[in-house]
Design a protein around this ligand. Structure first.
Ligand code: HEC
Length: 200
């Protein structure tokens, strides 16, 4: 099982290398249309995921500065879904963006189906000390999915997702998210991914 998933991830990772490689040079006549589709999807995915992370991160930073983690928490819990929907709306009908994870705080962000498999494969790679790629591109029946792995890459993440969350904050989290699974992380852990779905 585990090996199977690792192989899947390797295939996914090499598909991504393929995409990023071909971005840089002119493709041969044969695969041109497909290459262009993939290159365009990567570009769209990059822009959409950046926009989402900038929007969420920028807003949270402001709150942390102004009112500390408790204020930022109440902001996140009230606004993360709304801001995500807002960014999603700005991207047009054929592109959508969201965050998914295997250990959700907000149950709406639970990864399912192929997205769950990709995250599990990324976990397997991490367990084998593989440095994760910046993105993966998956072909789907209706277009592409672009995945940007999200790591616990800043100390501030640990305030709300780590092992020693301040008791008052922890109590607040439990109150708002009774089924919270998004704690116990360490620096460098895989927290989830941004998924950008791109329809043809
Ligand atoms: C102030 C507390 C706080 C901090 C700091 C924080 N988060 Fe979160 N995080 C939350 C809350 C609350 C949610 C649930 C938002 C919602 O309801 O959609 C969340 C959700 C997420 C999700 C979506 C998946 C899920 O579990 O619902 C990801 C991914 C995530 N956080 C990653 C990070 C990363 C990476 C950092 C550091 C850069 C970080 N968070 C810092 C409070 C925080």
């Amino acid at each position: 099982m585990r090996l199977g998933r690792s192989i899947l991830a390797c295939i996914a990772a090499s598909a991504m290398l393929f995409a990023s490689h071909h971005e840089a040079r002119a493709p041969g006549a044969k695969g041109k249309a497909a290459d262009e589709g993939a290159a365009q999807a990567v570009k769209t995915g990059k822009e959409a995921s950046r926009l989402l992370l900038k929007t969420l991160g920028g807003n949270m930073k402001k709150r942390m500065k102004a009112g500390g983690p408790a204020d930022a928490l109440s902001f996140c819990s009230m606004k993360a879904a709304e801001l995500t929907a807002e960014v999603d709306g700005r991207l047009g009908e054929k592109v959508s963006v969201k965050r998914v994870t295997l250990k959700p705080r907000n149950p709406a962000n639970m990864a399912e189906g192929d997205e769950k498999e990709i995250l599990e494969a990324l976990e397997d790679l991490k367990r084998n000390s593989v440095v994760l790629p910046k993105y993966l591109l998956q072909k789907t029946e209706s277009g592409y999915k672009y995945y940007k792995p999200l790591l616990i890459n800043k100390k501030v993440c640990l305030k709300c997702h780590g092992r020693n969350i301040a008791p008052a904050l922890q109590a607040e989290i439990k109150k708002i998210y009774p089924t919270d699974k998004a704690t116990g992380y360490r620096m460098g852990d895989l927290r989830g991914a941004v998924v950008v779905t791109i329809e043809k």
